[in-house]
Write a protein that binds this ligand. Structure first.
Ligand SMILES: Cc1cc2nc3c(=O)[nH]c(=O)nc-3n(C[C@H](O)[C@H](O)[C@H](O)COP(=O)(O)OP(=O)(O)OC[C@H]3O[C@@H](n4cnc5c(N)ncnc54)[C@H](O)[C@@H]3O)c2cc1C
Length: 119
């Protein structure tokens, strides 16, 4: 972009997690170490990375607040992901149903190690 724009990524996590890997790890198509990469390694050098949480967004003044800074922006992209609420799905509201039906990072790693039995 020839230095015409400044891009800052704000994320409390230093690592990018490739979630579809949780389906591949139990079948040993991918190793768990390949699914988690440093966030910095995926960004262009010109992109600034701040490893901290966006705590507040002031839409009127176009400011994102973190613990250590107030970041002024012209354009803001919010991509904080989804937080599934399984209690909204009839039949999926029991904790044991969730752990047996859904592939998560923890269950896929246990399946890789052979320490979790799929039911
Ligand atoms: C088992 C499995 C298989 C999947 N398979 C596929 C597939 O085949 N194809 C497909 O398209 N999708 C697939 N998905 C879905 C896909 O992985 C997700 O849709 C995608 O990762 C969502 O990306 P995201 O950036 O919206 O959210 P996330 O990847 O969840 O990233 C959200 C980021 O926001 C950060 N964050 C949260 N709160 C704050 C805050 N206050 N301030 C700053 N940062 C914050 C988090 O640290 C995180 O880094 C799969 C998911 C799973 C679990």
């Amino acid at each position: 972009m020839n230095g015409k724009v400044e891009i800052t990524v704000v994320d409390p996590s230093a690592y990018h997690v490739y979630q579809p890997a949780w389906l591949l790890i139990p079948f040993r198509i991918m190793h768990q170490n390949e699914a988690i990469r440093p966030e910095r390694s995926l960004l262009a050098e010109t992109v600034k990375f701040r490893q901290e949480k966006a705590k507040r967004i002031d839409l009127n003044n176009r400011v994102v607040e973190t613990d250590s800074a107030k970041l002024q922006y012209d354009f803001l992209v919010i991509s904080t992901g989804a937080r599934p609420d399984y209690s909204q799905v009839p039949g999926l509201d029991k904790p044991d149903m969730i752990s047996t039906l859904l592939i998560t990072r923890l269950s896929s790693e246990k399946l890789w190690e052979g320490s979790l039995e799929a039911s």
